[in-house]
Design a protein around this ligand. Structure first.
Ligand SMILES: [Zn+2]
Length: 65
């Protein structure tokens, strides 16, 4: 179960990288995903919290504890 490391909300969406397809654009419009741009870099976040807007990576959760 994904949760926001900042506000503990579970309203987390994926940040998707790469050239957006039609479906990705639709999903982004309906807030199911967040478009992160065409290139994913090492420090690019994987998830975004819909409650507080915080962006984080999968690994950040492990460093937290
Ligand atoms: Zn949050």
């Amino acid at each position: 179960m994904k949760g926001c490391p900042k506000c503990k909300s579970n309203m987390i969406i994926d940040i998707v990288y790469g050239f957006p397809s039609r479906k990705m654009c639709d999903d982004a419009t309906s807030n199911k995903i967040n478009l992160g741009g065409s290139v994913k870099e090492l420090k690019s976040p994987d998830y975004k919290c819909k409650s507080c807007g915080y962006e984080f990576r999968e690994l950040d959760r492990f460093f937290k504890n």
